[in-house]
Design a protein around this ligand. Structure first.
Ligand code: ZN
Length: 256
């Protein structure tokens, strides 16, 4: 029996960039370069019986070091949304990139639901090579490893139902174990939190992969998977998310 879930998207940061920085090989499309903006989110799923935090944003220090503009520190945003050790027992981590794994220590006792493929990849020597080190924070990967050693990590596999009405869908592409989160509605179409399977609405509409890629063919396959999923797609970094849904406060919108 699916529960009734509300879905909140909280925007905590932004980056002004360019199309040629944001998209993989932008020059291939033969269009002029121009401005692009990334917004940074975490998400919150709430039912009558549980609140699940989906990703934890980047740590403000890492954001500053990498030139991002923090709008509200994720820990403060979480607090204002009522996220604390008493209300949230599980954090679902969609993939192990730095802007999704900062602040895990805000809930030091929470169970971490982490894709098995992500654990395998980022803990392997390959996950620490060259280009792969750019979008990860070694200390945060170490944190996940320590949590795993402490028995606090539950590996996720694609298709798994993590709560009644909440299912993870594995796609590769952006990272080897990238998970999307499908939240079924009672009668309404599901909400599909794509996380970084697609950063922008435009990425899927025009099949223009984002610049950070682990496997290009799997990226295109992820687009196919998304198109086959009915529901309300929520990309991971599109500023338009804040315009398409009603505000719950100055930094968050209610998707459902
Ligand atoms: Zn990512």
């Amino acid at each position: 029996m699916a529960e009734r879930w509300s879905v909140i998207a909280a925007r905590y940061a932004m980056l002004e960039t360019t199309l040629s920085e944001a998209y993989y090989r932008w020059e291939f499309y033969g269009e002029p370069d121009g401005p692009a903006r990334l917004d940074y989110f975490f998400w919150l799923l709430q039912s009558p019986s549980e609140t699940i935090l989906v990703d934890t944003g980047f740590h403000p220090d890492a954001g500053a070091r990498r030139g991002r503009t923090t709008l509200i520190e994720p820990a403060a945003a979480m607090e204002r949304l009522g996220v604390n050790s008493g209300t949230v027992k599980r954090i679902l981590v969609t993939h192990l990139h730095w802007d999704h794994t900062g602040n895990l220590d805000v809930l030091p006792d929470a169970e971490l639901l982490v894709p098995q493929v992500e654990l395998d990849f980022w803990m392997s020597p390959m996950g620490r090579r060259g280009q792969f080190t750019g979008p990860s924070e070694p200390a945060e990967l170490d944190y996940v490893r320590a949590a795993q050693d402490a028995g606090r990590v539950t590996p996720l596999v694609g298709g798994q139902e993590v709560a009644p009405g909440v299912r993870v869908v594995h796609v590769g592409g952006h990272t080897p174990g990238q998970m999307m989160v499908e939240v079924r509605g009672n009668g309404a179409p599901p909400v599909v939190l794509a996380s970084d399977a697609v950063h922008f609405y435009d990425e899927l509409e025009h099949e223009r992969p984002f610049a950070v890629i682990a496997d290009l063919a799997e990226m295109y396959e992820a687009y196919d998977t998304l198109r086959a999923l009915p529901g309300d797609l929520v990309p991971g970094h599109d500023p338009a998310v804040m315009e398409r849904y009603p505000r719950v406060n100055d930094f968050a919108v209610e998707i459902r």
